[in-house]
Write a protein that binds this ligand. Sequence first.
Ligand code: PA5
Length: 476
Amino acid sequence: MDYKNAAWRKSMELKIDYNNMMKEFVGEEQGFSVKDFTDNKKLIASAFNTVCENRGTGMMGWTELPYNQKEIVADIIATAKDIKKKFDNFVVLGIGGSALGPIAVFQALCHLRHNELPKSKRKAPKLYVEDNVDPERMVALLDVLDLDKTVFNVVTKSGATSETMSQYLIIMDILKKRYGDKAKEHMIATTSAHKGNLIKIAQAEGLKTFYIPDGVGGRFSELCPVGLLPAAVVGIDIKAMLAGAAHMDKLCKNKDYKKNPALISAILEYLAMQNGKNISVMMPYADSLKYIADWYCQLWGESLGKAVDNDGNEVFVGQTPVKALGVTDQHSQVQLYREGPFDKVITLIAVENYRKTVDISNGCEDIPDVNFLCGHTMNELITAERKATEYALTTAHRLNYTITLPEVNAFTIGELLYLFEMETAYTGAMLNIDTFNQPGVEGGKNATYALFGRKGYEKTKEEMDNAPAKKAEYFC
Ligand code: PA5
């Protein structure tokens, strides 16, 4: 990956084709015109300025991650090298923003069957990301791990999340019983340097610790140690990922929306929301990008789903993000996308060059209706199917646009993650909401603390106890 070369970087730039969001292609009733952009000129300029002014401050510390982590990256690479030497399994204990990014990047940039490969071909530890507290899953994990060859990374920014801390307690207990004082050699912590309980525990236990910067919220944390350490452990070029993010950052600083991929996509989604399109479907045409759609769903849903705006008005805004996979979901969801309510924007993600080519074999010479496939490749087929979906949606007047990656590599994944983060920031600014808080998620966390009798949550417990009792007549 020649990311230090400007021509190479240019050749790896993502492209956004939004023709099918415009009236000329999707029809007068559903589509937009350039006039819609000019009518919203002031709003667009104000959103652009808000994002630019807030860069690197408050909860927008993530805009600096492509630039300010030289020493941290060196530490991560050295730690990853050491882990590779000593261990065969790397297990992330975390949830939400502490899990979805590592899963997405692993799927995008490692062999699609990484964990199943023999060690000689894998050349890096297996990666497991445990983002649930389903007891069956915990037991299943322990059934397959050789603890002697396993290191855990407990990741929580708040250092308080019940799911993650309960996993930590379970695993640390097992490690201590087995390794005594050496248990700490099997546990890393990634958390806030100043807040929460995990930092205190990590210091007391003497754990190797990576820090999540204050201005980087969970869902914006993939490009800090939360995502970089697991990525480096499985052999991903994290410097290339950050270079891709930096490249996208430059594009997203352009005042001219026609040259700013995050701003144009934010405008389109904003206009769509104003027209009642309250569902955003993310549909990559690549298994490698399947979990990027998952990661996007958290980013988009948790950032933009808000009850009040910055002036305290009740607004109840946000689009429900939906993940889909091309071509798999052509045989389930696309029926709804094409013929159901006009309430969606569908984002297709295309890949120009897949990393592998597979020929469709010759055969069935006597059956033309099967034989027409022969002589082609799976690459041609998946591309044709994406174009077919685009055509089907557009002719049914369904808003859709396509983001194309020249290929899937660490640089383009860095670009894509950063593009979505910036798009989210611009859209939130247009909606005049706090993009970076999550009172809804915290409400759920607090209710769990209350149910478990955590000190300080007595009032919530009382409220929950006094909630109306369920009626027998409504059970069936
Ligand atoms: O984006 C967010 O802030 C959340 O989804 C968090 O990532 C999630 O709740 C986990 O929080 P923490 O990292 O504090 O354990």
